[in-house]
Design a protein around this ligand. Structure first.
Ligand code: PLP
Length: 430
């Protein structure tokens, strides 16, 4: 389901010492006065800027083209445009969305190897020329609808060390690359580069090493066939939360070394990437309301369980957002599927903790956020917060049971507001 309707042009400036938690406190108070317990996000635009600075420090040669599929919230897209970032779009609607918010066609790569004909035509008529392919059939379609396209051949990677694999579905095997290039030549199409994606939650730098070496091989084959290759796209899959906190720096080291060896700066090849989760993952904090609760007495044998002081009850909480809303990552995203909600209110260290199960609001028992999770006892009406909810959350919300989707409230520090010159785009909330 698309998030395109929620174009909130209001933004709150964090000035006079105000911090994110002040905004959350106030929002919760406001909601309680209007009898509303809907979930909401606070979107911290400073986090996007921080991630971008970390990107350019670590990968100075690699231009990011943000993968819109990850989170297409207008405030995110606008902020990234003001940072000079390009976009990876996967459909006509994503291209439309990027263009409508101010992205220019030369800053868009249509990075989907299997595209509907009408979407290719749309790209053509709107000046989006760079697009990926990995099969002869796609080449034929592109030759019919967009013969001037600048094509990027996506190759498969060995993504067996990634938590979420993509090369099972996309990417040409090295053995078929020669034939694909020949076919492109026969159809009079221009192939300008190579792309790959190592999958999400990549745990080994060797995956990048091998993929960049394979890309070099394709470049060499292509130039023998007369193509002027000038673009290398190293895809997405970057993260810097949970177990991946330091991986970004580690992988950047591997990538830079390989690029300098195989695609040196004076070689005339532009290097881009398609990061999604890296940019947005830590920018969103979700607040959900405890709308119902059920205390279940533990059976005697569960209580003893060989341990002293085993709790005598488990508490089930039912909150206003869940797996069919913002939290589908629990079932679909192997790279980020353990969420850690924490109480919004201050918790005294001496308060007893109880084993808890947190359920989403729908009627389905798959809609479970976490279990065997220790929390102090909460009451109906209290709030839980979840950090790092920016990636593959708002872009995957379904309409199941028609619960309200979480509203998004963007905030920014006064410093970032000035740095990014956001006054052209937003109205300030006093
Ligand atoms: N590029 C392509 C083609 C993708 O399919 C994806 C994710 O599915 C991405 C980029 C973004 O990946 P990530 O969010 O893991 O960086």
């Amino acid at each position: 389901m698309s998030n395109l309707s929620s174009d909130n042009k209001n933004i709150e400036i964090l000035d006079n010492g105000k911090i994110i938690s002040d905004v959350i406190d106030r929002k919760i108070k406001e909601l309680s006065t209007v009898d509303n317990e809907e979930p909401f996000y606070v979107l911290n635009l400073d986090s996007l800027l921080k991630r971008h600075l970390r990107w350019i420090t670590n990968l100075p040669r690699v231009k990011p083209f943000y993968a819109m599929k990850c989170n297409n919230t207008p405030a995110v897209v606008r902020t990234l445009i003001s940072l000079g970032i390009g976009f990876d779009c996967a459909s006509k609607a994503e291209i439309q969305h990027a263009l409508s918010l101010g992205a220019t066609p030369d800053k868009i790569i249509y990075a989907h190897t299997t595209k509907p004909l009408s979407h290719i035509r749309y790209a053509c008529t709107h000046g989006v020329d760079v697009m990926t392919f990995d099969s002869e059939d796609e080449l034929l379609k592109i030759s019919l609808c967009h013969s001037q396209a600048k094509l990027v051949l996506r190759i498969a990677t060995d993504d067996s060390k990634s938590l979420l694999r993509l090369s099972t579905k996309f990417g040409a095997r090295m053995a078929s690359v020669g034939k694909l290039l020949e076919q492109a030549g026969k159809l009079g199409l221009e192939v300008i580069g190579v792309s790959f994606h190592v999958g999400s939650g990549c745990t080994s730098g060797l995956t990048y090493k091998k993929a960049i070496a394979d890309a070099r091989h394709v470049f060499d084959m292509a130039s023998l066939l007369g193509f002027q290759m000038k673009l290398l796209d190293i895809g997405g899959g970057f993260s810097a939360i949970d177990d991946f906190q330091d991986k970004f720096e580690e992988f950047s080291g591997v990538i830079n070394e390989m690029l300098d060896k195989l695609f040196p700066p004076d070689g005339g090849v532009e290097i881009i990437a398609e990061p999604g989760r890296y940019y947005v993952e830590s920018a969103f904090t979700l607040a959900v309301n405890v709308m119902a609760k059920r205390v279940v007495a533990n059976e005697a044998d569960e209580q003893n369980n060989g341990e002293e002081n085993s709790p005598d009850k488990t508490i089930m909480y039912y909150v206003t957002d869940g797996v069919y809303g913002s939290m589908s990552c629990i079932t679909t995203d192997a790279a980020h599927n353990k969420l850690e909600p924490y109480p919004h209110r201050a918790v005294d260290g001496s308060e007893p903790r109880y084993p808890s199960v947190i359920w989403g609001p729908t009627c389905d028992s798959l809609d479970k956020i976490t279990e065997n999770y220790f929390l102090p006892e909460l009451h109906v009406g209290e709030w839980l917060l979840i950090d790092n909810m920016g990636a593959y959350s708002v872009s995957l919300v379904s309409d199941f049971n028609s619960f309200e989707r979480a509203r998004i409230y963007p905030v920014v520090s006064a410093e970032t507001w000035d740095t990014l010159n956001l006054s052209h785009t937003y109205s300030i909330i006093p």
